[in-house]
Design a protein around this ligand. Structure first.
Ligand SMILES: [Ca+2]
Ligand SMILES: [Ca+2]
Ligand SMILES: [Ca+2]
Length: 189
């Protein structure tokens, strides 16, 4: 059994949950694209709901779209020079900074207490959508590779042309087009 595979087995249910979440994210991204493409062909009678803004009519926004929006916002938080694109260098530099902040004693890894503190911070910031740190190789600490894996995976998923930069449509949240509600039946006197 390979090292990586062994780590997955040893990590137990939490590891499987993580894997499932990754796959679901992939599937979600694909679904959103299909959804956006399918909706793009609809007639002008459809209306557009900007995703993420409060919708006074309480219309349905697919959870995949909300996930995608959250992922894009997370990536945009690494746009250090505020040019609207995110390079892999910006991602790595941002992650290095975050890791250094979490590594209170500066020994290059996150021990149990530092990991707990970082997970608590993520929970406070993102609630149920937070991504917990996982000690994939079960060596008792979180190294930088383990710390960065979720964000790196997300970057790779969004970088559809694989040029090492997130830009343009890769950072565009699809709009949800929905048909107007059917006219109400008039009471007969
Ligand atoms: Ca940038
Ligand atoms: Ca440390
Ligand atoms: Ca580890």
């Amino acid at each position: 059994m390979g090292k990586a595979r062994a780590a997955v087995y040893k990590s137990g249910s939490e590891g499987w949950l993580r894997l499932m979440t990754s796959w679901l994210r992939l599937v979600s991204c694909g679904s959103v694209l299909l959804f956006a493409v399918a909706c793009a062909g609809k007639s002008d009678s459809t209306s557009i709901v900007p995703v993420g803004r409060p919708d006074p009519r309480n219309r349905f926004v697919p959870p995949q779209v909300i996930d995608l929006q959250r992922n894009i916002q997370e990536m945009l938080s690494f746009d250090a020079n505020h040019d609207g694109t995110v390079t892999r260098e910006e991602l790595e530099a941002g992650l290095r900074g975050q890791f250094a902040t979490a590594d209170k004693n500066g020994d290059g890894v996150l021990d149990a207490a530092e990991t707990q503190a970082e997970n608590d911070r993520r929970w406070r910031e993102n609630g149920t959508a937070f991504s917990p740190l996982i000690d994939w190789n079960q060596d008792g600490v979180i190294d930088f590779a383990e710390f960065a894996t979720t964000a790196r995976t997300l970057f790779a998923q969004l970088d559809r042309d694989r040029n090492g930069t997130l830009a343009g449509l890769e950072l565009r949240v699809p709009v949800v087009r929905q048909a107007p509600p059917p006219p109400r039946m008039q009471p007969n006197g």
